[in-house]
Design a protein around this ligand. Structure first.
Ligand SMILES: [Zn+2]
Length: 303
């Protein structure tokens, strides 16, 4: 499931085709994804210009020239493919023309069969959305106000923004009796984190995924030193993954132009039974299930 870094990489990949461009033709091959598409979705977009493509948590947010927001979520298996005209983007590093080597959990054929939305943009770019499992969705927030939108208004702080201080994280965890792993998956505590980066951040900060979240906050509501370490680790794992996504956009051309999951080396995620990567630690990585999701951790390094 794409998390903040993957969504940000997709944003950077499709922005050159979409940002500042008019929708010439929009095709919706079915009336719904996870939810029904807004009525007259295609004709609502055609002729409008997407002035800005942003991201909030795991959501892509396109601002239209009439002020409305096009909100897109990749769900579990959503994928964008970009085609750019050969002449486009020269002079910069042309991320969309070289969309990167992405690791996909579903084959390209499955995606071809499940192509649902096609945006043909002014300038010749074509952006195709496919989603075999259809947990993703697209919607339009006509008010143009993120605070009015049912999906966006519940999101907590954006972890890479300056305003996300250790004290902000402490406020979100102060009264949480749930394990820290579960608390960090709550998008109201931090926006954009998912299973992979929560496991990685907890590993790097030496915090057990089973630890009660509130124990990382002082009685006064101030962050403990351990929470400060976790806060730093969250920002680091996300920033590194975005960087890895960016370099895969630049360095590894993929013929079909797919954007999605990129190869990334994890220190703990998906390493069950493999030795812990901490120098000098001889313990094997364990996997447990928390809130229905796999957690990977080192029982020795993480307390
Ligand atoms: Zn270890």
């Amino acid at each position: 499931m794409p998390e903040l870094p993957e969504v940000e990489t997709v944003r950077r990949g499709i922005a050159p085709a979409m940002e500042g461009r008019r929708f010439l033709h929009v095709e919706a091959k079915r009336p719904d994804l996870r939810f029904p598409l807004p009525e007259k979705f295609a004709s609502r977009l055609e002729g409008r210009t997407l002035t800005q493509l942003g991201r909030r948590g795991k959501y892509l947010i396109g601002r239209l020239d009439d002020g409305a927001l096009l909100i897109m979520h990749l769900g579990m298996s959503g994928r964008f493919v970009v085609e750019m005209p050969p002449s486009a983007g020269s002079g910069d590093d042309m991320p969309a023309a070289r969309p990167g080597a992405f690791h996909l959990d579903t084959g390209a054929n499955a995606h071809a069969l499940h192509e649902h939305i096609i945006f043909r943009m002014e300038g010749g770019g074509v952006v195709r959305y496919s989603d075999p499992r259809r947990f993703g969705f697209m919607t339009i927030e006509e008010t143009g106000d993120e605070g009015q939108n049912q999906f966006l208004r519940v999101l907590g702080p954006e972890p890479l923004e300056k305003a996300f201080k250790p004290s902000v994280l402490a406020a979100g965890l102060h009264k949480r009796k749930s394990p820290i792993k579960t608390a960090l998956l709550d998008q109201a505590v931090v926006a954009g984190l998912g299973n992979i980066y929560v496991c990685e951040a907890l590993f790097r900060s030496g915090i057990s995924p089973k630890r009660v979240a509130a124990t990382l906050v002082k009685q006064s509501g101030e962050p403990t030193d351990r929470l400060k370490k976790l806060h730093k680790a969250i920002r680091e794992v996300l920033a590194e993954a975005i960087e890895a996504g960016g370099s895969s956009l630049r360095d590894h051309a993929q013929a079909d132009g797919s954007l999605g999951y990129f190869q990334h080396t994890f220190r703990v995620y998906d390493r069950e039974g493999m030795p812990c990567t901490t120098p000098g630690c001889d313990t094997d990585i364990r996997r447990i299930t928390q809130s229905g999701r796999s957690t990977f951790y080192c029982g020795k390094c993480q307390r």
